[in-house]
Design a protein around this ligand. Structure first.
Ligand SMILES: NC(=O)C1=CN([C@@H]2O[C@H](COP(=O)(O)OP(=O)(O)OC[C@H]3O[C@@H](n4cnc5c(N)ncnc54)[C@H](O)[C@@H]3O)[C@@H](O)[C@H]2O)[C@@H](O)CC1
Ligand SMILES: [K+]
Length: 489
């Protein structure tokens, strides 16, 4: 089965339901299939045991009544508790409540004694606001008893678009959602509440996506492997692109070295560190395959970019928040090269972000910005989830924006966004960001489109970290790149 990588916002999921129903699939069939999908996954993971199904006031609760009916038919001891008055249910949920042939307890009358497993079908992915006090109280008791929870669509209290969770949301051991993952499933904090995420087919035809045109994907190799710049038989080093990494001063040379080597391993045929004259000796005794140029000022840098036909530039790692850094950025943005701006090359524009954005918008070649959370906040005044913020920033700046985090988001100015989740926590180590910026610059130098290069860079970086395991340092990451590229070939 090919993995489908689209993710839907909550409004897009409602639209998918609506289009499926309009196309002739009855809503009741969708809900029945949802219940069947949930119970199938439960039966794989657990032997029959006393289960409590918590049913809410909407269609999420409707799914719960289907789950209760199927499990009871299959011999599980089932208790149902309804939040709110189930006689007020409407539509498909009311129908499914009608088909439930057991008792339905009032929420405040429910006891957890003798219960082994809880199905949370209280609220669906559109949840906003606060969890009701009685729900929080019961969740608290469920947690205190260490009971396993299966969440329907999302753990109740979580929002499926943003990944935001209300206070008191109960972590699940398994979350079963429908048709496609929701964007919020991949974002923190919600992502940590899901347990194992299962997506079930409930009969919504994939063709509805042609109309919905989702703009958010789970990052993965299917999206960009075809665009990876593997060398051609007839190629030579300069036909594979020549990248420049701007180096920091004599006391901060490591970042550029790490980035330059990662860049050379990732697709650039040649890489040169553009170093300040005072630091040239330091670089020259510590670089081998990476070349070196001594460049005093931004004007020299601009001429050199042109003469050497540099096609990708990285500025930022170890560069310092200085006039020199800003002048080099301005020079790079005036060239024909693709430009990656990281770290200090971003912070240097904290008082004049609009100046940076206008330089980006007035050029043809792509720009990639790779901020972490606080660098992002220095440039962009936007609120929302990581996806919403990265997307707004890409639109505002005209650049591909890679917002780093446990869920790294890559957004393009045209509105597309990819969420990368393969990165282990131990990737947060000194020099790791320099490696990432270097990989991306190497991929761009090799000819990969900027949005794909940033997506592939985040994935390769995460995969290298995952293969290495805890204890890795940035130097190991860079050395791991060939193994990851071999996997992708
Ligand atoms: N045809 C469909 O639409 C399908 C829907 N499905 C299920 O339907 C769910 C979405 O259903 P709904 O849109 O009815 O959403 P919910 O099931 O979350 O119910 C929404 C209702 O919850 C109550 N509510 C919301 N926030 C609250 C708060 N802060 N405090 C107290 N009460 C609150 C309100 O009464 C609101 O009307 C999905 O998550 C999925 O489980 C599935 O059955 C698949 C098919
Ligand atoms: K739920």
């Amino acid at each position: 089965m090919t993995l489908t990588r689209e993710m839907l916002t909550v409004p897009e999921m409602y639209e998918a339901d609506r289009l499926a129903i309009e196309g002739g699939v009855p809503g009741l069939e969708l809900m029945e299939a949802a219940g069947q999908g949930i119970t199938a996954h439960m039966e794989q993971a657990w032997d029959p045991c006393p289960v409590l199904v918590l049913c809410g006031p909407g269609n999420n609760g409707g799914d719960g009544y289907v789950v209760a009916r199927i499990l009871k038919q299959e011999g599980w001891p089932v208790t149902v508790a309804a939040w709110g008055d189930p006689s007020e249910l409407t539509g498909d949920a009311a129908d499914m409540f009608g088909q439930w042939d057991g008792d339905t307890k009032a929420f405040d009358a429910v006891s957890l004694d003798g219960i082994s497993l809880v199905v949370d079908a209280l609220f669906g992915a559109g949840f906003r606001g606060d969890l009701p006090e009685d729900v929080k109280g019961l969740f608290h008791e469920i947690a205190a008893r260490g009971l396993s929870v299966v969440a329907v669509d999302v753990p109740s209290g979580m929002n499926g678009t943003t990944g935001w969770v209300a206070e008191g949301t109960q972590r699940a051991e398994m979350t079963v959602s429908f048709f496609r993952p929701k964007v919020g499933h991949m974002l923190l904090p919600g992502r940590e509440y899901l347990g194992k995420l299962e997506i079930v087919d409930i009969g919504i035809p994939p063709s509805v996506l042609d109309q919905i045109k989702p703009q958010t994907w789970m990052n993965g190799r299917e999206l960009w492997t075809d665009a990876l710049p593997f060398p051609e038989m007839s190629g030579h080093k300069y036909s594979r692109g020549h990248a420049a990494v701007v180096g920091g001063g004599v006391t901060a040379t490591g970042a550029a070295r790490i980035a330059a080597r990662a860049c050379l391993r990732s697709g650039a045929g040649a890489v040169t560190v553009a170093a300040p004259p005072a630091a040239v000796m330091t670089y020259s005794i510590t670089l081998e395959a990476v070349m070196l140029a001594s460049l005093a000022g931004a004007e020299d840098f601009a001429n050199w970019l042109d003469v050497k036909r540099i096609n990708a530039v990285l500025i930022g790692p170890g560069n310092g928040v200085t006039d020199r850094t800003r002048d080099f950025v301005v020079a790079a943005l005036a060239s024909d090269a693709a430009v990656t701006l990281d770290a200090d090359a971003l912070t240097v524009f904290r008082d004049t972000p609009d100046h940076l954005f206008s330089l980006i918008k007035n050029r043809q070649a792509p720009v990639i910005l790779t901020p972490h959370g606080s660098e992002f906040e220095r440039l962009f005044d936007v609120a929302g989830s990581a996806v919403e913020r990265a997307r707004a920033a890409a639109l505002q700046s005209g650049a591909v924006v890679l917002l780093k985090g446990a869920s790294t988001v890559v957004a393009a100015p045209d509105g597309r966004a990819r969420v990368n989740v393969n990165a282990p926590p131990w990737l947060a180590t000194a020099g790791s960001g320099d490696t990432l910026a270097g990989i991306i610059t190497g991929l761009v130098a090799g000819g990969m489109p900027a949005f794909d290069a940033a997506s592939a860079g985040a994935w390769i970086h995460g995969e290298a970290g995952a293969l290495l395991g805890p204890g890795m340092i940035a130097e190991d990451l860079e050395a791991q790149i060939p193994a990851v590229l071999a996997e992708l070939q």
